[in-house]
Write a protein that binds this ligand. Sequence first.
Ligand code: MSP
Length: 677
Amino acid sequence: MSKTFYITTPIYYVNAHPHIGHTYTTIVCDMMARRHRMLGDDTCFLTGTDEHGQKIERAAQAAGKTPQQFTDEISAEFRALWDRMGLTYDDFIRTTSERHKQGVQALWRKLRDNGYIYKGTYTGQYCVSDELYVDAVGPGAPCPDCGRPTETVHEENYYFKLSAFQDQLIRLYTEQPDFIRPETRRNEVLSFVRSGLRDLSISRSTFTWGIPVPDDPKHVVYVWLDALANYITALGYGSADASKFDKYWPADVHMIGKEIVRFHCVYWPAFLLAAGLPLPKGITAHGWLLFEESKMSKSRGNVVRAGSIIDVLGSDALRYFLLREVVFGQDGSFSFDALVQRYNSDLANGLGNLASRTLTMITRYFKGEVPYPSNAAHTPADAAIVDSAKKAIADFATLFDQFQFSRALETAWALVAAVDKYIVENEPWALDEKKDEESRGRLATVLYTSAEALRIVTALAYPVMPDATARIWSQMGLGDITKFDLAELHWGQLPLGTRLSEVQAVFPRADKSAVERMQKMEEQTAIVGAEASPSPSSEVRQPASVPAGPIAPAKLAVPTPKPAATPPDGKISIDDFAKVELRVAQVKSAERVKGADKLLRLEVDLGTEVRQLVAGIAEAYAPEALIGRKVVIVANLAPRKLRGLESNGMIVAASPEGGKPVLAGFLEDVPVGTRLK
Ligand code: MSP
């Protein structure tokens, strides 16, 4: 019987459009799933979307949509992107689905019946962004995790007896050191748990967008209990058909980003222990993808979407780059320049070139049939390639199983480089010219050796670059690569006399314009994305006549009204004014923009999200003086780039003739996010 392999991504929040941070996690899982399928394992790869909670409810409200309509749209976007990239997930779970709801309620009942849930009252600070009660004192106090202002809540809630699991969890991390990877994350979790666990509030009654608590529908289930349960509800836990659950649970790998380690490594195993269910075999946290040195995220407005890269270089290029360039487990930087450089050096000039030169020579010198190597002509150089290929097969597997993907690829590419050198040194073109029997035998050996090494690299690289490797495989006349048994990969399997198909370049060289094309597409997507994004602006297109500068004059610019609706005397109607979404925001950070005397880069909190703005107020305000200040922003302005930084809105200021701008503000305190009408 084949082994099973169950791998999961986090389920993604639907308050943001998918960007390459989300894509990264999903690609890593897809690659692992493909490798396991190719090794013959009965594999299940799960992904999906996380759709409940206050954060989503508010985002939907801001978009003027019902939460269901809103989540349907963004969830579909994630799924469409994964499909476009050919990601081979076996199931896509949505937390708003009926099957998930049933499973969560079954888990709740189990926890309750086992005596781990009780009712209590909580008064304290809540961070809406993290969906977490936090240790912070006083209204608006910053969240210790993310720094955003917290909200004071007083709620009667259900609690989970998390404290009862402290010792069991410590024992788990100690006895099973691979439970949390990498080690740095394990150590963090261990010290967090050792410092003492408090019981966890697992219901909310101040909003309704969630799964009703069984037998007490005034409450909804805490979004993290709801979300974590997806890993078992997708397998049918709590339903009439638990066959998949019996088959695949416990998961082999929960793949996550490093910021959600605590939820997965502390809460999730505690819930499972309390329910009497087996624990996952391992939780693996990777680092963040950075862009311009900060975490790529919607709130910073520095996201890159996968679409532009797929259009220009193809999805294999993105997959290879992310796995080769980023040291798995650590943070890694993304840039278009680095992407194109890697693509050209490792793919166009590396594997692509090896494939086309080897296959073209076989076509030309041996009428497209893999030649028989001549035993007489076996040299140390041939033996060195065989050794290098055997080493690549062995090392690749070991490194891959240790999640060292970049090093695994390095070993395979060492073989590519060795074969390239071997071809250059053995000069098959010169051997062909000689026409004598010995040279012909040698030529056959050189080309057989090169083709066999190419086959091995192609098989190893398949999970990373499924499209390109499938094409090389088929050009080699080997059929469908997905049918190949990777567990059996060894030197000498290339059948002699195999007929090649037509040879075509798999990685055409990218020229300089590739970077510009991707950047341009990104800029356009940012604008289109923002129009489709969760803000009322989706209904309103900004006419070109609206000045989109960093400062709004106190006299607000408004869209040019349609002639029929124009009130007399150049006045605007109340509907026109209502199109401009003015909101109270609080400055979280401020810094000067290098090389621009007038500009400041600000991060402002809108209650539901933190946004990056670029404002022309540097001559009037020192950055440090702005931190914590409440300002007014135009929240539904289409984003624009200033000095390469995306500005997502406009700060409102009076602009006296010839004087410095003066920011609009309030004499009384106003909650962050409040709309001005
Ligand atoms: N919904 C929760 C997870 C619940 S799982 C039971 C959540 N969602 S999220 O949309 O914020 O996405 C989280 C995951 O997306 C991260 O853990 C990570 O896997 C991936 N990434 C999002 N941004 C990323 C980067 N900038 N870099 C790398 N991965 C990133 O948290």
